[in-house]
Design a protein around this ligand. Structure first.
Ligand SMILES: C[S@@+](CC[C@H](N)C(=O)[O-])C[C@H]1O[C@@H](n2cnc3c(N)ncnc32)[C@H](O)[C@@H]1O
Length: 280
């Protein structure tokens, strides 16, 4: 696979250093009903046999999907380093794990009943091309189910962190800023309808849920500081950000050392209309 897009080169370099970062940071997060965002997505495609994970990373979601017997799983990701971790998972021994771009899926027309994507669709450029490719590889009536980030809940440590991070980035030299990632339309129901409708999908279903990441301050810092924006910042800048965060978060820390922290996810689902066939 070759990519020249600066966004994709950035993602490849970042994940070469941090191949399992999302699963490590957010895998322990829980919705009010006790499920992780990965489990929520998994439940959306219960009963679908042929499932593709778009931007599968280190394979945590595919591993959960593999618990349903008889599944034929596939994953695609830009990062060879993340895929190497996915390939080590015993449950994924039979899965087709491919290094590639969602804009040029390395799979035949009509290959899947469902396509899932956890915290990845929102990073992808040329999003109309991604939508067309997902429509091509899905069978008519197939479902696309995605989790995208929805920002801080508010009044907790993630909101504080984002405020401090914004200030840090404004003060940092341009060379320490990440390239603009993804397409904003993936972050709202209306935007996603604009992208998916022309590719043959019916109206998008949309649900926003809080994911709790509260815990001891070190654990909370480990999660929030895993964001891409910190990648290019120099060590001294990150250390200053950490010190400020630890100082300011103490105001909201409970006497037993518990830091409230939560973020929102948006769960988007859309079905490929029956008359639409792969490649049309
Ligand atoms: C935030 S990580 C999420 C990884 C995994 N889905 C998870 O939630 O644990 C985003 C992943 O999407 C992948 N990605 C981003 N843009 C992509 C593209 N255009 N094609 C394929 N993979 C892409 C990245 O390489 C990265 O592994």
């Amino acid at each position: 696979m070759t990519t020249t897009a600066p966004q994709e080169l950035f993602l490849q370099e970042f994940h070469a250093e941090h191949p399992a970062v999302t699963a490590e940071a957010f895998g322990r997060g829980r919705a009010p009903d006790g499920r992780s965002s990965y489990e929520i997505l998994c439940d959306q495609v219960a009963g679908s046999t042929r499932v593709l994970d778009l931007g599968c990373g280190d394979g945590l979601l595919l591993d959960l999907l593999a618990r349903e017997a008889g599944r034929r799983l596939a994953g695609v990701d830009l990062s060879s380093h993340s895929l190497a971790l996915a390939r080590r998972r015993p449950a994924l021994a039979g899965a087709r794990l491919r290094e590639g771009r969602a804009q040029e899926l390395p799979f035949a027309d009509d290959s899947f009943d469902a396509c899932v994507s956890h915290m990845a669709l929102m990073l992808m450029g040329e999003i109309e091309q991604v939508a067309a490719e997902v429509a091509r590889v899905l069978s008519p009536g197939g479902v696309l189910a995605c989790v995208v980030g929805g920002g801080a809940v508010g009044g907790e440590a993630y909101e504080l962190f984002l405020t401090l991070l914004r200030r840090t980035i404004e003060e940092a030299p341009a060379s320490q800023r990440i390239p603009a990632l993804g397409d904003r339309r993936t972050r709202s129901r209306e935007g996603l309808d604009d992208v998916l409708g022309p590719a043959g999908f019916a109206a998008v279903g949309w649900e926003t849920l809080p994911i709790d990441l509260s815990g001891p301050v070190d654990q909370v810092w480990a999660a929030v500081s895993s964001l891409y924006d910190l990648g290019p910042l120099d060590r001294a800048t990150v250390e200053r950000l950490r010190e400020t965060f630890f100082a300011e978060v103490s105001d909201m820390t409970t006497p037993d050392g518990h830091v409230p922290c939560a973020f929102k996810i948006c769960l988007a689902t859309a079905r490929l209309r029956e008359g639409v066939s792969g490649g049309s």
